[in-house]
Ligand binder design. Structure first.
Ligand code: NDP
Ligand code: F7E
Length: 338
């Protein structure tokens, strides 16, 4: 097994932030593997890396490389030997998909993570970022949610299986840091949206679902739409291009065991979000709520103080992000991936 130690000795602070050690810029000519490069997040990371001048970015679709296949993953890493890796491949879905298929969300994500992280360790990936999700935090964590809230309470039942897989990923990265001294890190994004999202009516997250629903209502001349739940839960939304920027920022500026929250630090009710989407799509009818569908966690907004203390802040406000995502949806309606 290859064991690479990168950088000078480190000293951890309370949040695990490292003092006296700066990871520094990544070498733009070295190979960067973006696992999940066709997804919402992976494709945004590729765009960000290209803009930053990376010249050797690799990826493989799930058809070309099923990351649940351990032998295939090891063969891929052995053949390609990336220096850097962003793990943005996962089984991902909204509240209904998570609630309906918990075994798939637990099992597939554990397999993908364990295979990729083990192979990356074996073949000496020097810098790696693992992506989790804000659902790793307890359902009733104090808001805004700080990184220290991890493992302090019960999870939201609609996504507990997915959350457990993601928590295992965080621990996996921390264990590699402890055992091998590699400067691998984890980031926990809040709810994301943007170009390349999954707009499936049943499988997607709320924003793409509402964009499609309101758009189709306008097209059909419908007088009302019905959304899931009560509309009272509160969520925070980060544009995926901001997340991709944070991913590169963290790889170049952060080296610590604590998973880093990535968000905007502001939330809004789902009913408020629905009003925004109605406005963007030009829908003027009524909105109804189907309370037989799950609300999920009542509120989820991240404390982003840790990331902001390092010098990063989100740039894309929800109004303009929503407008550009709707434009993207209009341009890609006929070629949506789901
Ligand atoms: N979307 C969101 O709101 C949030 C996402 N995240 C995290 O970001 C990461 C990426 O999510 P997102 O981009 O939204 O998800 P997407 O569903 O858009 O993309 C997931 C990607 O994973 C790949 N993938 C899935 N299963 C396999 C497999 N068995 N083998 C190979 N590749 C596979 C897919 O490849 P292919 O296209 O080739 O099939 C796809 O490109 C996840 O870790 C997720 O937890 C975190 C917080 C919020
Ligand atoms: C990112 C995050 O995403 C999921 O958790 P979630 O935050 O609950 O995400 P969601 O976007 O699916 O729903 C947010 C809220 O919106 C309401 N809602 C209304 N109408 C629709 C609707 O049509 N579709 C959806 N999906 N939700 C709707 C819905 O009832 C809920 O109250 C998990 O996958 C979790 O694992 C995870 O990581």
């Amino acid at each position: 097994m290859c064991r690479h130690s990168v950088g000078r000795p480190r000293r951890a602070t309370k949040l695990g932030r490292v003092t006296g050690f700066a990871p520094g810029p990544l070498d733009r000519s070295r190979r960067f593997y973006v696992a999940g490069h066709r997804g919402l997040v992976g494709s945004a990371i590729v765009r960000r890396l290209q803009r930053a001048g990376f010249t050797d970015i690799i990826g493989a679709s799930s058809g070309e490389l099923d990351l649940r296949d351990r032998d295939a993953v090891f063969r891929y890493l052995e053949a390609h030997r990336p220096a850097y890796l962003a793990l943005a491949a996962a089984k991902v879905g909204g509240i209904m998909a998570n609630n309906t298929y918990p075994v798939d969300f637990l099992s597939e994500n554990l397999q993908i993570q364990v295979n990729v992280l083990d192979a990356a360790r074996t073949y000496g990936v020097e810098r790696l970022i693992f992506l989790g999700s804000s659902c790793i935090y307890p359902k009733l964590a104090p808001q805004p949610i700080r990184e220290e809230s991890l493992l302090t309470g019960h999870l939201e039942p609609t996504n507990d299986a997915y959350a457990i897989a993601k928590i295992a990923g965080i621990l996996h990265v921390q264990a590699v840091r402890r055992q091998d001294g590699l400067p691998w890190i984890s980031a926990m994004p809040t709810n994301l949206y943007g170009p390349g999202d999954n707009f499936s009516p049943t499988g997607s997250h709320v924003l793409p679902a509402l964009i499609r629903r309101y758009h189709e209502a306008v097209q059909a001349g419908a007088g009302s739409v019905t959304n899931w739940g009560t509309g009272t839960p509160r969520r925070e939304f980060l544009h995926v291009d901001d997340l991709a920027d944070a991913v590169l920022f963290l790889l170049e500026n952060y080296d610590g065991p604590t998973q880093v929250n990535v968000g905007v630090g502001r939330d809004e009710s789902i009913a408020g979000i629905a009003e925004r989407v109605a406005h963007v799509t030009g829908f003027t009818g009524e909105t109804h709520w189907d309370s037989s569908k799950p609300d999920g966690t009542p509120q989820k907004v991240l404390d982003v103080g840790f990331l902001e203390s390092m010098g990063w802040k989100s740039q894309i406000d929800l109004a303009s992000g929503l407008a550009s995502t709707y434009d993207w949806f209009l341009d890609h309606q006929t070629t949506l991936r789901r």
